[in-house]
Design a protein around this ligand. Structure first.
Ligand code: LFR
Length: 492
């Protein structure tokens, strides 16, 4: 008998509601509804349209019952990390849902370091320093809207908020909580000492639950409206990256992953957190994975820079842009690089191609001329940055990483896959595109008791079409990598 589950995956540029049908070791995923997502600018800053997302989720869920040939056992939400909602004593949303690219976090890291040293924050949380982390967003709220935090009864990450609206239960799922920099991965609990040292209220931080936890049935109006009377809400790994990593179709040892979308998350799954001066120097993060694993990884700015460039060019088709990038340089490297993680690329704005040019000019490199060259410069820089991160991961763990699994939307970009294989000198296995949905669905299936955790990666491999890329022309990339590594060293 197949079992049916629904996954809701909210990403920075779009969301999906999908139906999963699991039978034996095969999972079929049907996307029922796709919708766009993006920042909304108000006079007070940058927000997400959380009510619009809720409406779209409701629409997607209303399509589910008639698509499944049996009762739907469960549903669960995942989303990007770091962003949170505050609810007041009536359970009402305070201050909407802020977008992590809101520039209000500028200068907040320095305020945090005045309360607890950078080293101590890292020792406690093991989290990479990014201005977008919830900690710095909370400090910005405290500074700009005094009194708001003191009134907040619940601090909920985006999937926790949707789970609350679906079930009435306000809990914090662990994988997404681990992206806040308020979480202690060694203790597996909120970092109470740090929270106190930062002067943040403790009462708003609710109970933590594990991925796979049953959160309860849908509230009666939803259950009847959507025809989902048998469905239980089960928390997946609610951080989208946790769900994606749960669905890497890997076997054995020596593999790393790139979860490739708006961000590229480059890392390893490890049994324990790695929190050392070396991992701090590389600004590696230790986020919570499913079943007590750790995601030792680094955020690389990812396809964001290209998404913003494309927007400024009036949204040409992606295949057209990749064809232009291919044509400007049929083999080897174009010879101009950016560090995708330079702070100048973080915030939204229509001048992204200009920012790429400014970076190249400031670092005395040739300016990429035309759209194709800009796309090429960004893709090559991503591939080189992945190599730089992989070498760091090898140094801190002592592992040899010979295979790279690329999953998510970015795994469809053939040119990028070839560049990654060539520039890193590693075998690339691309796919599945829908890793996040698959990980979300399969962890729910585990929560329902219809799948064993050790079957999960096998199910993904058996249910996906994977493409393999051998590292060809690696020697073409030795000099570019040396130049790229010097660029990074000069900048830090
Ligand atoms: C990817 C992701 C990253 C997180 C970033 C911001 O979608 O969840 O893991 O660092 O978004 O939340």
């Amino acid at each position: 008998m197949p079992s049916y589950h629904l996954a809701i995956d909210l990403g920075a540029s779009g969301g999906r509601v999908a139906l999963g049908r699991l039978e034996g070791e095969r999972l079929e995923v049907e996307v029922l509804h796709r919708f766009p997502n993006g920042p909304v600018e108000l006079p007070g800053g940058l927000y997400w349209d959380v009510l619009g997302l809720w409406r779209e989720v409701g629409h997607g869920l209303s399509l589910a019952a008639e698509r499944a040939s049996g009762p739907i056992a469960s549903l669960g939400v995942d989303s990007w990390g770091v962003d949170f909602a505050l609810l007041d004593e009536y359970g009402l949303l305070m201050d909407g849902l802020r977008h992590y690219r809101d520039p209000r976090t500028e200068g907040q890291m320095e305020r945090a370091f005045a309360r607890m040293s950078r080293e101590e924050i890292y020792r406690t949380t093991g989290l990479q320093f990014m201005p977008i982390n919830s900690l710095y967003q909370l400090l910005a709220t405290e500074e700009r809207s005094p009194g708001v935090l003191a009134r907040a009864q619940h601090f909920l990450m985006v999937p926790d908020l949707l789970h609350y609206w679906l079930t009435g239960r306000a809990v914090c799922e662990r994988t997404n909580a681990s992206t806040t920099q308020l979480f202690d991965p060694t203790q597996g609990d909120w970092a109470w000492g740090l929270i106190q040292a930062m002067g943040l209220p403790q009462a708003m931080l609710g109970p933590l639950v594990e991925p796979g936890s049953r959160l309860g049935p849908l509230l009666p109006p939803w259950a009847s409206r959507w025809g989902l009377r048998d469905a239980e809400v089960i928390a997946p790994g609610t951080h989208d990256t946790a769900s994606a990593v749960a669905a890497i179709p890997a076997e054995g040892e020596g593999w790393a992953y790139i979860s490739s979308g708006t961000w590229s998350l480059v890392g390893l799954e490890t049994a324990q957190p790695h929190i050392t001066p070396q991992t701090l120097a590389l600004n590696l993060t230790n986020e919570a994975g499913v079943h007590g694993t750790t995601r030792l990884l680094k955020n690389v700015m990812g396809l964001w820079i290209l998404q913003e460039c494309r927007r400024s060019w009036g949204d040409p088709e992606w295949p057209q842009l990749y064809a232009e990038a291919e044509a400007v340089c049929p083999r080897g490297s174009l010879g101009a690089y950016i560090d995708p993680d330079h702070p100048s690329f973080l915030h939204a704005g229509s001048d992204m191609p200009q920012r790429v040019a400014v970076y190249c000019e400031r670092t005395a490199q040739p300016l990429p001329q035309g759209r194709g060259a800009v796309v090429r410069c960004v893709l090559e820089s991503l591939a080189l940055k992945y190599r730089w991160v992989l070498e760091g991961l090898e140094r801190v763990t002592g592992q040899t990483l010979h295979t790279l699994h690329v999953v998510g939307g970015g795994s469809q970009i053939d040119l990028l896959n070839r560049l990654i294989a060539a520039a890193t000198g590693r075998a690339v296995i691309a796919g599945p595109v829908e890793a996040t949905l698959m990980g979300n669905l399969l962890v729910q299936a585990e929560g329902c008791g219809v799948l064993e955790p050790q079957q999960r990666r096998r199910v993904v491999a058996a249910s996906s079409t994977l493409r393999r890329y051998a590292p060809e022309h690696f020697s073409d990339w030795i000099t570019p990598y040396m130049r790229f590594a010097e660029l990074i060293a000069g900048q830090n």
